[in-house]
Design a protein around this ligand. Structure first.
Ligand code: UDX
Length: 442
């Protein structure tokens, strides 16, 4: 029989997307430090590298994804296929772990891997869901299929949520959803409703009003134990190789002078938008570090579509990489601003370094995050269209103008609050104690 950790053994189930693998592996490391032994079960696609995490056991399950599904399928359909294909192997795998450890304290799964909750229920194990986006996104779940627009608006009235205009996001989400999207939403709503706890990579002060609404909707307690990456700083989870040359380039720049530009791991733009972004950055005359991920531009290999004359125009003032060591970049003294797509991980990482932001949301929760950043926390400027004049102007407003200084001050305030939440006796650490107590005493 395998040896359990002193607090018990946990099975963590992840989905194979960058923005989800990272927080799950960070959570695994955090829970390991609390005395749990951990098995991470993951689909074959985008498998984590076990040698980066020697204290965790990894088990791969067949996902049966085909090449055409990977290239042509949207995230909702891929999620559905993954759940269908992985359910039986996951059940088999958890049964095997149960036999070899004798006991499993809980199955902790990414909300998108909702089949894990059904398996946990079947085996009478506690199922705990990790929502890797903001807690606010949970508000869409229970209300989505059941309530009409009027009910929804009156249900969530609160000053902060009104600023966010959640009803606008709800209509964005409900614009002709595909069958797969509807099925996925219903399935994860049901799974979260049955889970025995909800974990989010957030902090109490960031989403206070939304959190109190979430507590009204869901029976399970919600644990805000972020920022994960500060509790587990050594976790290495990039699916693409990080290009360190940008750090030596940053070393040569002046303090707070560089705008870092990255649109995360999924968002894509077209050739015209690439052109506009390139000229917007060039014309701003500010130093920039730009992540042009392979696949960022639909139909291109990498950066071969950058406009003629662009490189000559920016010279040493710009650095372009395929993938950056983002957390190191954001903490670098030369970085003074972050132009982001508003992914939740990037948002949390940026807040922790006190960086003012520019947000160009692309889809889903990025719109809500962007509204939090620009309208509620007021630590960023929204960019609606990728047009060179607009980009140039927005970068100058953030990096040069007095307006940028005010935004920077507020961003620094949030950084302090984020650091405070990790002090013994403060919100995230208390929440983590409560979570581990709940798991151990179940
Ligand atoms: C996805 C969704 O797109 C997003 O809306 C949701 O909030 C989370 O899941 P993604 O687009 O990848 O995430 O963005 P984000 O959540 O910001 O995560 C990206 C991660 O990749 C971050 O942890 C960031 O540090 C890392 N990263 C990004 C790098 O390490 N290097 C890079 O060059 C770019």
């Amino acid at each position: 029989m395998e040896k359990q950790g002193k607090s018990g053994h946990l099975v963590l189930v992840t989905v194979p997307f960058q923005g989800h693998i990272t927080p799950m592996l960070q959570l695994a490391t955090i829970l390991r430090s609390k005395g749990f032994s951990i098995t991470v079960v993951h689909p074959e696609l985008n498998s984590p590298n076990p040698s980066d995490h020697p204290e965790i056991t990894f088990v791969s399950i067949p996902d049966q994804l085909t090449k055409s599904q990977l290239s042509d399928t949207d995230v909702a359909s891929l999620t559905l296929i993954l759940n269908r294909n992985c359910a039986a192997p996951l059940q088999h795998c958890i049964n095997k772990i149960l036999r070899s450890y004798g006991h499993i304290a809980a199955v902790v799964y990414d909300t998108l891997m909702f089949c894990a909750q059904t398996i946990a229920d079947n085996l009478r194990l506690p199922g705990i869901t990790l929502r890797t986006c903001s807690a606010t996104t949970l508000l869409f779940f229970p209300v989505f299929p059941q309530l009409d627009e009027k009910d929804f608006i009156s249900e969530i009235e609160s000053p902060e949520l009104q600023v966010l205009q959640l009803q606008r996001f709800r209509s964005l989400l409900s614009q002709s959803p595909t069958e797969a999207t509807m099925e996925t939403r219903v399935a994860f709503t049901k799974a979260v409703g049955r889970s025995s706890a909800i974990i989010v990579n957030s902090m109490e002060f960031l989403e206070q009003e939304a959190l109190s609404k979430v507590k009204e909707y869901f029976p399970a307690p919600i644990f805000t134990i972020g920022p994960f990456h500060k509790l587990a700083p050594m976790v290495c989870s990039s699916l693409l190789a990080e290009d360190d040359k940008c750090i030596s380039w940053l070393d040569k720049q002046s303090p707070k002078s560089v705008i870092y530009v990255s649109f995360g791991s999924i968002a894509s733009i077209d050739r015209r938008e690439l052109m506009e972004t390139a000229w917007g950055l060039a014309n701003s005359k500010e130093p920039f570090l730009w992540v042009v991920r392979p696949g960022l531009v639909r139909g291109s290999e990498w950066n071969e579509l950058l406009p003629n004359g662009f490189r000559e125009s920016v010279g040493e003032r710009g650095c372009i990489v395929k993938w950056a060591p983002q957390k190191q970049v954001l903490a670098h003294v030369s970085v003074g601003g972050f132009w982001s797509h508003g992914g939740w991980n990037s948002t949390i990482e940026s807040i922790c370094e006190g960086l003012p932001m520019i947000c160009k949301p692309f889809f889903g929760d990025q719109h809500v995050n962007s509204s939090y950043i620009c309208k509620v926390w007021k630590i960023g400027l929204e960019l609606h269209e990728l047009e060179r004049g607009n980009i140039e102007k927005t970068i100058k407003r953030l990096m040069v103008d007095v307006e940028g200084n005010e935004i920077r001050k507020r961003a620094m305030d949030l950084k302090e609050k984020a650091a405070l939440s990790l002090i013994e006796g403060c919100s995230s650490i208390c929440s983590l104690h409560d979570l581990t107590n709940q798991i151990s005493s179940a």
